[in-house]
Design a protein around this ligand. Structure first.
Ligand SMILES: NC(=O)c1ccc[n+]([C@@H]2O[C@H](COP(=O)([O-])OP(=O)(O)OC[C@H]3O[C@@H](n4cnc5c(N)ncnc54)[C@H](O)[C@@H]3O)[C@@H](O)[C@H]2O)c1
Length: 459
């Protein structure tokens, strides 16, 4: 089937490449000429495992192409116009800015009209972007002004991929949601995904557009809640002398709870949870049906990131001023170079403001972080070794694989003080005991160091 993918950010590019991989013909459109040039030259504008090779193979097979000209895409008579453009939060009220979604739909509709209309085709405009309830219906009105009613359909097909394992998530989805008032559109979407659903498992949930749009927000709000719950319980564990890792296991083995998203960390971030929780709150408040649990989650998550700073400060005896702190990890999670709303972007500026000399290292996200963090009182190391040289403390912020199995016996020799503050709990306490450093983690007893430091970590 022929697919036009409008917007080649994380979602659009991964989805477009994967559609090509499963045999469809895909033309990708983006208004950013640099992105299209890069992609046309075989480069990818961001890091995602396996994506570059997949795009190259499908370009060579003639199944995927890139353009900034929507008319060029429309000329290929696509069966689907997927809209995967960004929906950032409005700064003033947290609501989702859907203007890009509307202009993408309108541009496609106008180009179809300019080409001479639909010529008997029945395109489906599929909203992949995460959008507030009502957006897809409005798209129907916008497109209808150019193409006339009943000549096309609109559907909501929200995306659940996780950055860092996006291809895997596309190829083996837990579920696919197809929301539309048009049965024909729902059937076409099922057909499009058929190569993924042949195993016979019931994967495609067909529903109304409104329900499909809300499923996405509800899923992200629930996951953000789960993360925030365990982060809060982790802090309580520290006060009580309990172990948050064992606590997670103890509750996660209960099938009603499940063990995923029960890993404590420095607070959720990324391009989705922060903005989607805010957008859900806005929608709910507009309708006088507040989602107070979600409101609390947003507040607690924000405070949690500041508790992380307190933890670092206390481990250093009450002040970070003039201390050299090595921060390992800037991406909001491992296997991505995305730093949008990353905990590092909250914690590092506080360290800078309080007078610390910060050296940061991330295997792939440093360039993106530099755009936000700047270069005052901060150094960007090219290697982990360079970052930790002479450090008074190492703070682990992202769960990169390369941070999990370091030889701390050797690394400690290069530090001014062998203090590791692990805000991802990458090491077991047994491993930490053998590391020969002071080790402070989340929701667990500190290891090594003197009693005073342990007391500091507990506060
Ligand atoms: N990133 C994720 O992990 C993820 C997961 C699920 C859903 N989503 C949702 O998917 C949507 C896209 O997210 P993303 O992270 O891929 O965004 P992104 O910011 O990485 O990419 C958006 C792209 O859209 C392009 N664009 C903007 N307006 C356009 C227009 N009118 N025509 C053509 N291109 C246009 C931009 O140039 C950019 O390349 C958002 O609604 C997001 O909430 C994201």
């Amino acid at each position: 089937m022929r697919v036009c993918m409008i917007g080649v950010g994380y979602v659009g590019l991964v989805t477009g490449a994967c559609f090509a991989e499963i045999g469809h013909e895909v033309v990708c459109v983006d208004t950013n000429p640099d992105k299209i040039r890069q992609l046309s030259e075989g480069e990818t504008p961001f890091y995602e495992h396996g994506l570059k090779d997949m795009i190259r193979a499908n370009r060579e097979a003639g199944r995927i192409s890139f353009t900034i000209d929507i008319a060029e895409a429309v000329a290929q008579n696509c069966a689907f116009y997927f809209i995967a453009v960004g929906t950032p939060a409005h700064l003033e009220d947290g609501g989702a800015d859907v203007s890009h979604v509307y202009s993408a739909a309108e541009a496609a509709a106008k180009a179809i009209k300019a080409r001479g209309g639909l010529n008997g085709s029945f395109p489906v405009f599929v909203v992949k972007s995460t959008v507030p309830v009502g957006t897809s219906r409005e798209i129907g009105r916008i497109v209808g002004r150019h193409l006339g009613p009943d000549q096309f359909a609109v559907a909501s097909n929200p995306e659940f991929l996780r950055q860092g394992c996006a291809i895997e998530d596309f190829m083996a989805p837990d579920r696919l949601v197809a929301g539309s008032s048009s049965e024909r559109a729902r059937t076409l979407i099922e057909e499009l995904y058929r190569p993924l659903t042949r195993q016979g498992r019931r994967l495609v949930l067909t529903t109304t557009v409104e329900t499909a749009e809300l499923i996405k927000y509800a899923a992200n709000a629930f996951l953000a809640t789960k993360i925030t719950f365990i982060n809060e319980l982790g802090r309580l564990c520290e006060k009580l002398g309990a172990d948050v890792e064992e606590l997670s296991l103890g509750i996660g083995l209960d099938k009603r709870i499940g063990d995923k998203f029960l890993t404590t960390g420095p607070g959720y971030g990324g391009s989705c949870f922060p903005k989607d929780t805010l957008a859900l709150i806005k929608t709910a408040n507009d309708l006088h049906s507040p989602v107070e649990i979600v409101e609390t989650v947003v507040r607690v998550n924000s405070r949690h990131k500041h508790f992380m700073y307190n933890k670092i400060r206390d481990a250093l005896g009450g002040s970070v001023a003039d201390r050299k702190i090595a921060v390992l990890g800037l991406a909001f999670k491992a296997n991505t170079d995305d730093v949008r709303d990353s905990p590092a972007l909250t914690i590092v500026p506080v360290l800078q403001r309080e007078g610390a000399n910060v050296t940061v290292y991330d295997p792939v996200a440093a360039d993106n972080a530099r755009l936000v963090l700047g270069s005052v009182r901060i150094e960007y190391a090219d290697s982990l070794k360079q970052a930790i040289a002479g450090a008074d403390a190492v703070v682990i912020l992202t769960e990169w694989e390369e941070f999990r199995s370091l030889d701390w016996g050797v690394l400690a020799g290069a530090m001014a003080r062998p203090l590791v503050i692990d805000l991802r709990n990458l090491y077991s306490l047994a491993q930490a005991s053998a590391m020969g450093v002071e080790y402070i983690s989340l929701g667990r007893d500190p290891v090594g160091g003197d009693a005073g430091d342990k007391g500091g970590a507990r506060r």
